[in-house]
Design a protein around this ligand. Sequence first.
Ligand code: B12
Ligand code: SF4
Ligand code: SF4
Length: 429
Amino acid sequence: MEGNGERPSVSQGEADAPSESSALTERLHELARASGAAGTGVCLAEPFRDTELQMQDRVASGASAGLSFTYRDPAVSTDVRRTYPWAERLFVVAHSYLPEAGTPHPSTAEGRVARFAERDHYLGLEDMLETASSALREEGYRAEWLRDDNRLVDRAAAVRAGVGWWGKNTMVLMPGAGPWVLLGSVVTDAPLDIDAPMKRSCGSCEACLPACPTGALVAPGILDANLCIAYWLQAPGVIPREIRVAIGDRVYGCDDCIEACPPGSKILEDAPIRPGVDLVGILRSSDRSLLAEHSHFFIPDRRARYLRRNALVALGNSSSERAIDILAGYAGHPDWVLRLHACWAIGRIGGRAGRAVLVAAREQERDGCQGVGRDRACPAGSVLRSSLVPWSDHEPGRHGNDCAVRDSARRRRDLDHRLGCHGGRRGDG
Ligand code: B12
Ligand code: SF4
Ligand code: SF4
């Protein structure tokens, strides 16, 4: 059997009769497909040297923005034998979350969650990986699966195993599903037949590059995480001002560079419209229920403050004066990160009521908050000052990709929020 129907498998067994390993390989592909996998492939568990070098470059240039995860130790995440010395093969599985995940269509005071996180779509992938692992174990082989884990760069494995190709938006694209897939691998010592990498590329298409609202795709296939909205919505600390504007109504994840991708357009068309998430609801819920409801999000330190921070920013971008009441409550919140983003949101909405709240908040801040950054000095005061500048001047869309966002985000690289926790096992993409 061919892993993805596009390229021949390379048999490791006898040349004439189908070997035991060929039969097992075929069975695994079939099992995974039967359990819903959009694509499967097998590659050698050799180190991914090119990827390691790319990651070292990103760290050296700062483009990894202090990310931990796979960047914690690229020597480990690009060489699975450092974790599993017995590894011979990676059986890679791609799970498409479209059309089921739908397309978010938030109305005012609703926020947008990227499709991959609409619910925990990794659960389906885990079932597929476990099915394949069990089959291998039943045959007496070792098998462990990894998905979105610090110990393996999933996309490098998927490309080597011929499951898809590198897109210029850095995603792995698959025929049929385009970029709308999550990836995982079974690590095994079984001598499975390997697949050849796919002979495809984006060709002359570059649609994703201008589609990114912040210019985070700084070159084809190169993402500067300092500029990426998906990065900031799951980073600890303060979100830079210009990124806050670019965030729009998003509260988690960003799909713009993948929505623009033609190989995924057909499956995207079939995705049903679904409502957004209730932003005021997020601000009114208890920490416990917020964390329970969004248990599949990566939230730094599992602190509900970061979900609330994101909701404050999205509400600020909603232009809804009706949001001022709930924001006013947060302008006096004991947590300075929330106060700061609430004051910004109020300033962004503007209006007489908002200004009155900020004036009152500034009074409260007068003696405290002599912090490190411009924003931290006084959330309400800095917003009052900067509200004299028309917000449209900060709109990234109006200036193309060489806008203030990039400069500002770069300046922020060395600030304290990078030192926050971004580690541990990931819960999302
Ligand atoms: C860190 C991380 C992030 C970071 C950084 C992303 C990044 N591009 O590195 C942030 C938080 C920004 C992020 C965002 C998202 N992520 Co994420 N993330 C990861 C994680 C944990 C590690 C990624 C990694 O190590 N990258 C290493 C660098 C070196 O890889 P790279 O940037 O792709 O670099 C390659 C290309 O540059 C290529 N290359 C080099 N030169 C050139 C030139 C050309 C022309 C081309 C085409 C390619 C190319 O070679 C490099 C590798 O050798 C993986 C899970 C995992 N354990 O692997 C998920 C993962 C990559 N994320 C995933 C998803 C779904 C997302 C989001 C779509 C979620 C969302 N909707 O918000 C966004 C997409 C943003 C984007 N365009 O990448 C999926 C991607 C699935 C797929 N089909 O590719 C993964 C694999 C999780 C999973 N298990 O499914 N993510
Ligand atoms: S996820 Fe959003 S911000 Fe990040 S590269 Fe893609 S379009 Fe740009
Ligand atoms: S939008 Fe075009 S260039 Fe970008 S990843 Fe998709 S096919 Fe490739």
